[in-house]
Design a protein around this ligand. Structure first.
Ligand code: PEP
Ligand code: MG
Length: 755
């Protein structure tokens, strides 16, 4: 390396000594910049720290005017230093002043320096500051020098993250590393939780950055990489690939990277600069994360995610143990923060201590989200780099209703949320008081409120909500959270437990609704251009009837001696319904022939979620015993707008004339044919949606359990005739002006209804 005195290893060793000295934080920083400048034969070395107010402050310098320290403050995207911070990548210039981003600060006296090398001070992909060296002469710093400066920046990152520098700053200008953050994600499971961070996959805390013996560290690194490769080979060739919900393709990608020379070389290089093997992994991982956060191409992002995962695995290999928190070790008021999580892992945590969940990945249909909702754990998903910006034990607020995450909240924010939690608890008590009251509107209409369920953890909700039954039992959830296909006996056991828990109350089982956004990790994924419109639900069931038959048999056996209600998902034609119904008949005959006890009565119905059924209602109602409207799918298909795509899902309103006309037609036809109808989509779980549905003729709704209280409270104060008289003309003749939703909201407010 050109001119370096002793190279990066000597520098790191010196840095270690300085870190151990009992001096103030400022003195330590001052010594560090002198050391770096001397070691790199640079005339200038400066440290800029990112502050909570998104500015960069000069914290220490060797070479620039010392009076500028703590006085030079610039915007986070100003000048070359700002460019390094915002792009989180090194900038190496032989003539800095010619760069368009150069910004001149007279107080620093830097006009005489031409060459510039700036590297971001990164931790878990987040920029905490910028480290710069400058020289008078025009020169380009060598790759080794860039590498050495980046390694040094790691030591500074730990110093900033430790909070040591905070004492140097007035309030409002502290280093940003521990700032309070508000991140926006997707609301996955309703509720608010206040608690402290527990990382589902704890970061290995690297305490020893600086290698004593580099050949030994290299050996250590080689052994770990070998172990990692062997482990992946083994998993792919002999192991149960499904374990932990990992798909074969993901493991294949890991293996490819694990054998990638480039990746390995980067790790080796980092060790050669004097880092321990663990610190080298952390450095390479932090760079990967920084790139990932700035990458918009979904394919490349996914690959960077894979690399990040691989680094986690390698770190575990190096440390030689698994640090996952156990059921017993979970502290009180735990908020779990994870990249992603399998449903089984979530079920393993102690529910009493678990307050909330934060996921970097995972939309509303992710398996962890489904289980979190069933457990009533407030959850926010889709929070980029959540695991990178928190430290274990940090205070955090999860607002699973709005999709907000507040990390290290300020006291007034915390107080406001604590008040909301108290208010919710008070409201819950009010709802509980209504639990055993019949659900009658003010003008005497009875509305049957049932719950949606799908896992055994949902069953206590029948009793705690006082629901009239289970209007939709999503049987696919058992399949989605299991590591492999549930056997017939396991299906039977669940269905039996559901019927036992419901007692005299009705349960409607929906047969497997898989495909589309509901994927089974262990089932071969068939690539389709348009999975929502593809080979899913009953289409799959009819084409490959073995699975459906096994399920029907399990249901019929579980329903022995009771009334059993079965319905099919995604039926599009009467003929499909008839074929599915025939399978039920077939299984009944089979069981009868083998002397099994049969249900006292079997009712067979269908979901209405494909618009084609709207034009076959008369024929369908001749054949079906009941209907259940799946408004989630029906609305997405009516408007041709993917319910899972945030760009379009909120574009069209369910409370609009076309949707309400379709829903009213279904209710009217069912009444004409004397067949019961329920609505089990999300619309029924919103008090305003329920208000509209009852007004247009629905008398049975199936809701998310937590919605039963609010919807019931609203209905008890609700005048059905008056609301119908207000709403129906709006549906029949939508005039211009405010949308139906806004008008209904006003109507509800004027009528004193809580919606
Ligand atoms: C629906 O589509 O409205 C429905 C209830 O089914 P799922 O949400 O399970 O697709
Ligand atoms: Mg559906």
């Amino acid at each position: 390396m050109r001119g370096a005195l002793g190279g990066p290893r000597v520098l790191l060793r010196r840095l270690r000594e300085v870190m151990a000295e009992p001096v103030s934080a400022q003195e330590r920083l001052d010594k560090i910049v002198v050391l770096i400048a001397a070691n790199m034969v640079a005339e200038v070395c400066s440290v800029y720290v990112l502050r909570v107010d998104s500015t960069l402050e000069l914290y220490a310098t060797e070479g620039l005017n010392r009076d500028a320290v703590h006085h030079t403050v610039m915007h986070a995207d100003e000048g070359l230093v700002g460019l390094v911070a915002s792009q989180a990548s090194a900038l190496n210039l032989s003539n800095a002043q010619a760069h368009p981003a150069f910004s001149y600060r007279p107080e620093t006296g830097e006009e005489i320096y031409h060459s510039f090398l700036g590297v971001p001070i990164l931790r878990a992909g987040n920029t905490l500051g910028v480290l710069v060296v400058q020289n008078r002469a025009r020169r380009t710093y060598s790759e080794e020098e860039v590498e050495a400066l980046q390694t040094t920046a790691m030591v500074l990152a730990e110093m900033i993250a430790s909070g040591e520098l905070s004492a140097l700053a007035p309030p409002g200008a502290e280093p940003a590393a521990r700032r309070s953050l508000h991140l926006k994600g997707t609301a996955l499971a309703d509720g608010i939780a206040l608690g402290h961070v527990v990382l589902h996959e704890p970061r290995v805390v690297v305490t020893n950055f600086i290698a004593d013996d580099i050949p030994n560290e290299l050996k250590h690194l080689h052994a770990a990489v070998e172990g990692l490769r062997a482990n992946l080979d083994e998993l792919l060739e002999h192991g149960d690939v499904v374990e932990g919900g990992e798909h074969r393709e993901v493991l294949e990608a890991y293996r490819m990277f694990a054998y990638d020379r480039g990746w390995f070389h980067k790790l080796e290089e980092a060790v050669m600069t004097g880092l321990t093997a663990e610190a080298a992994v952390e450095r390479v991982q932090s760079d990967t994360r920084a790139r990932m956060l700035r990458q918009t191409d979904p394919f490349l992002r996914e690959r960077l995610h894979d690399l990040d995962d691989l680094a986690n695995r390698l770190m575990r290999q190096l440390i030689g143990r698994d640090h996952a928190p156990t059921r017993e070790s979970l502290p009180e008021n735990a908020i779990l923060v994870a990249r992603s999580m399998g449903p089984a892992a979530l079920l393993d945590y102690d529910r009493k201590r678990l307050r909330g969940l934060v996921l970097e990945e995972g939309g509303p249909h992710s398996h962890a989200a489904i289980v979190a909702r069933a457990l009533g754990v407030p959850t926010v998903g889709g929070v980029d780099n959540a695991t990178g910006v928190v430290d274990p034990g940090d205070a955090v607020i999860v607002d699973g209703t709005a999709g907000d995450l507040h990390i290290r909240p300020l006291p007034d924010m915390e107080a406001a949320y604590a008040e909301r939690v108290r208010l919710r608890a008070r409201r819950q008590l009010q709802y509980q008081a209504l639990r055993d009251k019949p659900c009658l509107t003010k003008d005497g209409e009875e509305v049957m409120l049932m719950i949606n369920a799908g896992l055994s953890v949902d069953l206590p909700h029948i009793v705690d909500t006082g629901a009239a039954g289970i209007g939709l039992f999503r049987t696919e959830l058992q399949f989605m959270v299991a590591p492999n296909f549930p056997r017939a006996s396991e299906q039977y056991t669940l269905y039996r437990a559901v019927l036992d828990a419901a007692g005299d109350k009705p349960v409607t089982f929906r047969t497997l609704d898989i495909g589309g956004d509901k994927v089974l990790p262990y089932m071969r994924n068939i690539e389709e251009e348009n999975p929502a419109l593809g080979w899913r639900a009953i289409r799959l069931g009819l084409d490959r009837p073995a699975l459906l038959r096994t399920q029907l048999r399990a249901l019929l056996r579980a329903g022995a001696g009771r009334v059993l209600k079965i319905m099919f998902p995604m039926i599009a034609t009467v003929e499909e319904f008839d074929r599915a119904k025939e399978l039920v008949e077939h299984e009944l005959t089979h069981l009868r022939r083998h002397g099994h006890k049969l249900p006292d009565q079997v009712e067979v119905g269908t979901m209405v979620e494909v618009p084609s059924l709207l034009y076959q209602l008369d024929e369908l109602l001749e054949h079906a015993d009941f209907l259940s409207v799946g408004s989630n799918d029906l609305v997405q298909f009516l408007y041709a707008a993917d319910r899972g795509n945030p760009r379009v899902s909120a574009r069209f309103d369910s409370l609009s004339a076309p949707v309400l006309r379709a829903l009213r037609d279904i209710a009217d036809k069912c009444r004409e044919h004397g067949k019961p109808v329920t609505l089990c989509g999300e619309l029924a779980s919103q008090p305003l949606g329920a208000l509209a549905l009852v007004a247009i003729g629905y008398r049975a709704l199936s809701l998310t359990p937590s919605a039963v209280g609010p919807v019931k409270a609203m209905l008890l104060d609700f005048d059905c005739r008056k609301t119908a008289a207000f709403l129906c003309p709006l549906i029949d003749k939508p005039t211009g002006g405010a949308p139906i939703r806004a008008r209904l909201e006003k109507f509800a407010a004027d009528s004193g209804l809580q919606v």
